[in-house]
Design a protein around this ligand. Structure first.
Ligand code: FES
Length: 235
């Protein structure tokens, strides 16, 4: 076990556990997007920045291993500045029509927008123009809403060992898809639903679950169990 301090709160945690999960379990909210507790950390969205032992350069807490004596700070001017910039960059590749998205009210990106309050209009938007795949009876893949958090890729490859989804192209052209743009059924997808389960936005959705959720948008908004005042969650 290791004794660490997060925002002045001392806690005993398993040695080597990632600091983000330690904080969340202790009721300290650190914004995060690419992290999912069932997946290996990727550290790509840079939402979960923290400062360690008074260091001036913030580091990502989802892949930061807890060590005895560590002193973590989850908020500072620099963290807020970098976090906002990262979110603004993420949003340049995401459509602004959230109110028409079926995931409205249960979207983790929406939660971050409300919590962080990014400035709008500073950066140029990138229109993706992907075709939405909804031919099959189980899943919708609307990659125009994808924020490249990589959760679906890790779920498909690491959790299920299927390797249907992967990153395609490079740089600004990067997207998540199947080989040769095949439809999921033709790409050997098992339709296990893991990609929809972990997707934080409306990019990958489970048709059956959507059909089951008859609650109004307002009913779907509940307080965060980690103390974030703006967190939206479907238990
Ligand atoms: Fe840590 Fe994305 S949650 S970098």
């Amino acid at each position: 076990m290791a004794v660490i301090t997060i925002d002045g709160k001392r806690m005993e945690v398993p040695d080597g556990r990632n600091v983000l999960d330690c904080a969340l379990d202790a009721g300290i909210y650190i914004p995060h997007l690419c992290h999912h507790p069932d997946l290996k950390p990727l550290g790509s969205c840079r939402m979960c920045l923290v400062e360690v032992d008074g260091g001036e350069t913030p580091v990502t807490s989802c892949n930061l291993k807890a060590k005895d004596g560590m002193n973590i700070r989850t908020d500072s001017e620099e963290i807020a500045r970098l976090r906002m910039l990262s979110l603004e960059l993420i949003l340049t590749g995401h459509p602004e029509d959230c109110s028409t998205c079926p995931k409205y009210g249960s979207c983790e990106l929406q939660t971050l927008i409300q919590y962080i309050g990014p400035k709008t209009g500073r950066l140029k938007m990138r229109i993706k123009g992907f075709r939405t795949e909804e031919e099959n009876p189980l899943l919708v893949h609307d990659m125009n809403r994808c924020v490249l958090c990589g959760r679906c890729v890790r779920a498909c490859q690491e959790l299920r060992g299927v390797h249907v989804l992967d990153y395609r192209q490079k740089g600004l052209e990067t997207y998540v898809g199947t080989v040769h743009e095949k439809l999921l059924a033709d790409a050997d997808c098992r339709f296990c639903g893991a990609c929809a389960e972990v997707c934080p936005t409306g990019a990958i959705r489970d048709k059956w679950k959507e059909g089951q959720d008859h609650r109004s948008k307002q009913d779907r908004i509940v307080p965060c169990r980690y103390g974030c005042p703006a967190h939206i969650d479907i238990p």
